[in-house]
Design a protein around this ligand. Structure first.
Ligand code: SF4
Ligand code: SF4
Ligand code: F3S
Length: 275
């Protein structure tokens, strides 16, 4: 049953890979215990999540109708394919007999907030990569097309850092809308580039530069820019918060950032690196 006291959260998946959910359930702690257990058991009422809930079929569809009447926080992962007008029942994504756009629209118009988690939902991501065969749109672009005025927060990354997802939800519940950057992302997590706090940064200006993955320079902590690191143009908290319970981030494994938190990173970033 829904909780009478805890804020209702509904999570809807569209064109996604479930990586965002997998990441979220690994949230261990961030400034005051934003573990996934604490969030779900004590702070929110997670009223609908197809991967985590037991209900299926008609019962699950009935549940979705009940919990999206008003005032819920709607979390979405994945982009939404054509048709976008919300009126048709065919297309690249059908669930519960409705197109992705129709399904999203019904839950988003009555929500108090939409959170687009992952680069697919925030910017189109992998499904929108050239030639975008399904006509994938980001959640923000679809909301503009459908004239949905519900406030939106983008939490990009492929997937996003677990504690960033739980941290954004907690911040909203405690203090309301966070300050957003020009891409609709919370400045507290996306205000800096990955490069700004990278431990290899001292070698960015004059080297030494890694020339080949896992060469001697790489093992000594040289800069990965010449092997394609996109840290200087990628806004995310990987080098500050790190992954796997604060253990590591891509550069610590000897691989540069591929820009996964930026729009069109599959196509739009130059992977040639510094020459
Ligand atoms: Fe999967 Fe990445 Fe898309 Fe999340 S953003 S659904 S991890 S492809
Ligand atoms: Fe910047 Fe990447 Fe070099 Fe780190 S490895 S200093 S993020 S260019
Ligand atoms: Fe993504 Fe770059 Fe972080 S690839 S995981 S934003 S270091």
């Amino acid at each position: 049953a829904t909780s009478p006291t805890k804020p209702s959260v509904v999570w809807l998946p569209f064109q996604e890979c479930t990586g965002c959910t997998e990441s979220m359930v690994n949230s261990f702690a961030f400034s005051g215990g934003a573990t996934i257990e604490n969030l779900i058991l004590n702070l929110i009422s997670l009223d609908y999540h197809e991967t985590l809930m037991a209900a299926a079929g008609d019962r699950s569809e009935q549940r979705l109708k009940e919990v999206t009447k008003s005032g819920h926080i709607l979390i979405v992962d994945g982009s939404i394919p054509a048709p976008w007008d919300g009126s048709q029942r065919n297309g690249y994504f059908i669930s519960g007999g409705r197109s992705g756009a129709k399904r999203f629209e019904a839950a988003a118009r009555t929500a108090r907030l939409v959170i687009a988690v992952g680069t697919c939902a925030s910017f189109g991501g992998l499904p929108k990569a050239n030639p975008n065969p399904t006509g994938a749109l980001s959640i923000g672009a679809l909301m503009t097309r459908l004239g949905i005025k519900t406030p939106l927060i983008n939490v990009s990354g492929c997937p996003p850092i677990p504690e960033v997802m739980t941290g954004v939800i907690l911040y909203y519940l405690a203090k309301g809308m966070p300050a957003l950057d020009s891409q609709g992302r919370p400045v507290m997590f996306y205000g800096d580039t990955v490069h700004d706090d990278c431990y290899r940064e001292e070698f960015f200006e004059d080297g030494p530069f890694v020339q080949q993955f896992d060469d001697g320079v790489s093992r000594k902590g040289g800069c990965l820019y010449k092997v394609g690191c996109k840290g200087p143009v990628t806004h995310n908290a990987c080098s500050r918060i790190r992954w796997n319970q604060g253990t590591s981030f891509p550069m610590m494994s000897g691989h540069g950032c591929i820009g996964c938190a930026e729009p069109d990173f599959w196509d739009g970033l130059n992977f040639e690196g510094k020459q």
